[in-house]
Design a binder for this molecule. Sequence first.
Ligand SMILES: [Zn+2]
Length: 364
Amino acid sequence: MIDSARVLDTFLTILRIDSYHPNEDPVSDALRPKLERAGVRLRADRSRNVLGFWPGCGARAGEEPILLCAHTDTVRPTPGMEPVIRDGAVHTDGSSVLGADDKAAVAAIVEAVEAIAADGTPHPPVEVLFTVGEDVGHIGSKAFDVAGVRSRMAFVPDVDGPVGGIIMAGPWAETLRVTFRGRAAHAGTEPEEGRSALRMAARAIDRMQLGRIDAETTANAGVLTGGEAANIVPPQAALTVQVRSLDRSRFRAHRAALLDCCRQGAEAFGGAIDVESLGSTAGYRFGEDDAPVRRAEAAIRSAGLTPRRATTCGGSDANEFNAKGLPTVVISVGYRDIHTNQESMPIDELDRLAEVCRALMLGS
Ligand SMILES: [Zn+2]
């Protein structure tokens, strides 16, 4: 049985830890006694991801293991943040984000283990994984070696929406920094000698298709920097663009189109561009009958909820694990307004998520 008071206590305990990357270790340290008491054997990898193996128990000890994963970092630091319970939900004190993303999932996974252990329920082997640096670019999951994983499927509770959601597809995404190279000149005495990198960037942005491109593709020109002084023709400008799509070929096509705009913008004013990738993510797409989707649906039903299929344009650790060949499905956590100081986590959703995690572990 899920213990509502215990999971809430676990959640509040880790919320009070400021675990912005790279300071995640105190979270796993706080959870270690609970997990080890249940019989989970924990070890950290070189990137400080913490992987735990919980041997199966009873008649089910020989069954296939499954892995549940959540990240222990938060999107921004939370120094001194004291969670507040109001209207049946855990809120921040307003000084920072709450960190329910993804500590609600961390607490739910730990609760599922504690509940199964306390009840003595026979269970298949289970792996738990707490990753670092997810919100600053999937640092832990990118570095994680899936060869050390025994499970053939994994679940990552890390998306908003009421508990019961199953993410069928995640995006291909890349952030690019395009540097426009022009030529400096005195803007008053010899402007003819200058080649304005800012004009190149402006022309490029003006020609770009940005925002929502189609139902599955988005693009953004997010940062533009450049120029030195009012009396100098700007010799250099840097533009950061991002493209995401649930469809690999549309992702590639739009990425190419954005870079064409940059090249043409530079050529229009006699300049050139350099392109640097600031990070990319491989997307994924599951079929309705794929085993991890069916397992998630069964677990959600067994927790008394109705499964909902959805897609997301947000990335997560699941992108990295799927790219490494470990089929990984994202499920919804129930957290709200994440990445803002209004972030909250309904307490009944925390219980439901723990119930779903328990059902995933039990495979029923
Ligand atoms: Zn997250």
